[in-house]
Design a protein around this ligand. Structure first.
Ligand code: SAM
Ligand code: SF4
Length: 347
């Protein structure tokens, strides 16, 4: 099925990416994210998730990202992937327009068995998050109570998850497997080069994320941000880099290693905001839609989830009226402005 012409918002930005958080819970407690210990009432069921994705396909959706909280904790993940695969195989189904289904996970539960099941169910890409390789630092970043030893165990599990994903057929050379790291000044600064080294050794693209002021719980302050420029300079001094042209709608700016050993990406939503071509809609596990990661209020989709027509009307209206560009306007917004939490929005 050919792609549907996308809906455009007030700034002429086309709709193209939907991120659905499957749960607000997590098996880690990263200090920059602060997830919930239990889910809110009213989680979307499989039919509602499918209806939402199908309707979004009719509005131009091409890339679906499943996230959380920790999506591998959700028993809805595999049934959803299987149902999506069935729809994508049917040329008459709007789901056939989906080009790409991706997952973001902390990798703790990513055994080979799980990775094979995800692959068999039709998942195209996995991004695994890991912020450090040194046990003590990982423990601090991930909010582990067991100190260095617990951090070392976590690194072992996550690296095992990366290996499992590759062995299950998520090919890093084709962008099928990536590594995310949030860099936070005073915590994991010294882990930048070890993480880059690991990613180079494994042929995986490392995506470095500036610590963002999402949510109200993490106590974000500007001096905790390590800028994209600083990260790139440090890596470039060790392994020279060459910048790559920016792809429209992409969150990350990319650099390739001059020695031919792959590339890295940097998500610089604090120091180099990229609202200009943002094509993303985020829906929380309990059905709140946000057009911006930094928004304070979402739109409750639950009253519309039983009917494709109603859902289409509300999503179309939401996108057409969209004017947000918080990252670019951040300077003029008070520090006390409330934001939705990251574990609901899913990154
Ligand atoms: N639990 C999964 C994981 O950690 O990959 C998926 C959900 S997590 C919210 C998605 C991504 O958001 C992760 O890569 C995480 O590092 C990133 N993230 C969370 N809080 C952040 C923050 N305040 N600033 C920047 N990135 C953040
Ligand atoms: Fe959990 Fe991911 Fe948030 Fe860390 S970033 S607490 S792994 S949801």
């Amino acid at each position: 099925m050919s792609a549907t012409p996308a809906e455009f918002d007030q700034w002429g930005r086309p709709f193209g990416v939907l991120r659905i958080s499957l749960t607000a819970r997590c098996n880690l407690a990263c200090s920059y994210c602060c997830p919930d210990v239990k889910d809110p009432p009213g989680l979307l069921d499989l039919d509602q998730q499918l209806r939402l994705i199908r309707v979004a396909c009719g509005l131009g959706l091409q890339t679906l990202r499943l996230t959380g909280g920790e999506p591998l904790l959700s028993n809805r993940l595999l049934p959803l992937l299987e149902a999506l695969a069935a729809g994508r195989a049917d040329a008459a189904d709007p789901l056939a327009r989906l080009r790409d289904v991706a997952l973001t996970t902390n990798g703790v539960l990513l055994t080979l068995e799980k990775a094979l099941a995800l692959r068999a169910a039709g998942l195209d890409r996995i991004t695994v998050s890991l912020d450090a390789l040194e046990g003590e630092v990982v423990a601090k970043m991930a909010g582990l109570r067991g100190g260095t030893r617990a951090g070392e165990q976590l690194v072992e599990q996550v690296l095992g998850g990366l290996t499992a994903a590759r062995d299950a057929g998520f090919d890093p050379a084709c962008g099928g497997l990536k590594l995310n790291a949030v860099m936070r000044r005073g915590l994991n600064d010294a882990q930048l080069l070890p993480l880059a080294q690991l990613a180079r050794d494994r042929g995986v693209e490392l995506r470095l994320i500036e610590y963002m002021d999402v949510g109200n719980r993490n106590g974000w302050a500007p001096d905790q941000v390590i800028s994209a420029e600083e990260m790139i300079q440090s890596i470039d001094a060790r392994w020279p880099l060459q910048s790559m042209p920016r792809r429209a709608g992409a969150t990350a700016r990319q650099w390739r290693y001059v020695d031919g050993r792959g590339c890295i990406g940097v998500i610089a939503s604090i120091t180099e905001p990229f609202c200009g071509d943002c094509n993303r809609l985020r829906v929380t596990a309990d059905g709140q839609a946000y057009t911006c990661l930094f928004a304070s209020e979402g739109t409750d989709l639950r009253p519309f989830l039983q009917s494709e027509e109603a859902l289409e009307a509300v999503l179309r209206g939401l996108w057409r009226q969209r004017r947000d560009r918080y990252s670019e306007e951040r300077q003029g917004i008070t520090a006390s402005a409330r934001h939705a939490e990251m574990a609901y929005l899913g990154g």
